[in-house]
Write a new protein. Structure first.
Length: 52
C-alpha cells in the first residue's frame, strides 16, 4: 500500500456502501439488481487504478 490514493479509494468505497445501506434500510424490499449495482459500484471503485 505505497500508493497514496489507496486510502482515498477505500474512503470513497465506504461512503458508497454507507449511502447504499442507508437507502436500502429505509425500504422493506430491495431488489437483487439494486444490491448487485451497489456491489459493482464498489468493485469498480476499488479496482480502478489511479482514479481512471
Amino acid at each position: 500500500m505505497t500508493d497514496t490514493k489507496e486510502p482515498l479509494v477505500v474512503e470513497e468505497a465506504l461512503k458508497i456502501i454507507d449511502q447504499g445501506l442507508t437507502d436500502m434500510h429505509q425500504r422493506e424490499l430491495v431488489s437483487t439488481n439494486e444490491v448487485a449495482d451497489l456491489l459493482l459500484d464498489v468493485r469498480t471503485l476499488l479496482t480502478t487504478k489511479n482514479g481512471d
